[in-house]
Design a protein around this ligand. Structure first.
Ligand code: 5GP
Length: 115
């Protein structure tokens, strides 16, 4: 059984968060330490631990999650200017919470390569 993480607690409401979007599949909330004017985290309600688990995940659930991330970006009004979606995965990418989450970053000009 995977360990309960901060994002399990945010999803259950035992840790407060600032919701921006929710449906049957995803929960989206503001990052506590924003790296852009818009910085939202999107998590699937059906837990996976990381992007590495996506390939063994249920096709319907994974597809619905990806659609949810796209929907959140649209709801945030980011489509015209553009935005970045980041899945930090594992230690070198500095994934700090073992619960799959997409970072949606927008509202400023991005640079490449990322740090
Ligand atoms: P990671 O580094 O795992 O890809 O992303 C974890 C993210 O969770 C970080 O961007 C961090 O700022 C955010 N975070 C950490 N603790 C909290 C919290 O208590 N509430 C919210 N809303 N975000 C958090």
């Amino acid at each position: 059984m995977p360990e309960e993480t901060l994002f399990d607690q945010i999803l259950s409401g035992s840790v407060p968060s600032e919701a921006v979007y929710e449906d049957d599949v995803v929960y989206a909330f503001k990052d506590i330490n924003p790296q852009a004017p818009v910085h939202v985290l999107v998590i699937p309600k059906k837990k996976l631990e990381s992007f590495a688990d996506v390939r063994s995940g249920d096709d319907t659930a994974v597809g619905a999650f990806m659609k949810g991330v796209s929907r959140v970006a649209a709801e945030l009004g980011l489509e015209e200017r553009g935005y970045r979606v980041v899945f930090n995965t594992g230690p070198e990418a500095q994934q700090s919470v073992l619960y799959l989450h997409a970072h949606i970053l927008g509202g400023r000009q991005m640079s490449w390569p990322p740090g």
